[in-house]
Design a protein around this ligand. Structure first.
Ligand code: GDP
Ligand code: FE
Ligand code: FE
Length: 197
């Protein structure tokens, strides 16, 4: 059994789990537990920090069920890029949600903050923890979509290849639906997927 050191962050696992669980549906809470488990496994394989992987996994979707108004107020209060106001929950719950995680769950760690901010869109230069959370969110055991088995296989072999696989598939899916692409997602694509011509 992996040893987790929540005491380093002044946190208690049971209290944290209760706060996260009460902020979301049972289905989303099961997803969160799956992401935590996958993130710990990836941290073990790629020699990341397992406690940070666990905390990032548990907290990553904490803000997903909040109202649009909460996010809009937070974007203004923190003086975040006003362009964010044109987007919606899918983009806000990580980039803006990280602020609610720090304040309300008391997880105050810059690396975890970054990983939560980047978990949906990725970024051009991701840290090991950023990649672990980005990939764990995609491959966790409750996920079921065409390609998830291949994504899991790649994830356990090569983390950068898994970032690339996930990014390519997510962008193809968004393009197929004619959904707007957040610029950070394009940066991730150009950095991890696109080949030099
Ligand atoms: P979840 O919170 O566990 O459901 O997963 P994510 O945070 O990774 O993604 C949330 C949603 O945002 C998914 O439906 C993604 O397909 C979608 N998404 C990811 N990148 C973008 C983007 O650039 N633009 C838009 N419109 N949606 C995106
Ligand atoms: Fe998410
Ligand atoms: Fe998630």
């Amino acid at each position: 059994m992996t040893e987790l050191h929540y005491e380093k962050y002044g946190l208690n696992r049971q209290t944290l789990i209760e706060k996260v669980k009460s902020a979301m549906s049972e289905k989303r809470f099961q997803h969160v537990l799956g992401v935590e488990k996958a993130a710990i496994t990836l941290a073990e394989i790629y020699q990341g920090d397992v406690t940070k992987a666990s905390l990032a996994g548990l907290a990553h979707d904490y803000a997903k069920e909040r109202s649009d108004q909460d996010f809009i107020e937070k974007i203004k209060a923190e003086n975040l890029d006003p362009d964010l106001l044109k987007w919606g929950n899918n983009i806000w719950h990580g980039i803006v949600g990280a602020y609610f995680v720090a304040e309300e769950l008391g997880i105050q760690d810059a690396e975890i903050f970054s990983a939560i901010q980047k978990h949906t869109t990725g970024a051009a230069n991701m840290s090991l923890l950023d990649k672990i959370l980005y990939v764990a969110d995609y491959i966790e055991e409750n996920r079921n979509f065409p390609g998830v088995l291949e994504a899991r296989k790649v994830a356990f072999e090569n983390l950068d290849a898994a970032v690339s696989f996930e990014t390519q598939h997510t962008l193809s899916y968004l393009v197929e639906k004619a959904a707007p692409i957040y610029p950070k997602s394009l940066e991730t694509y150009n950095h991890y997927v696109a080949k030099k011509l």
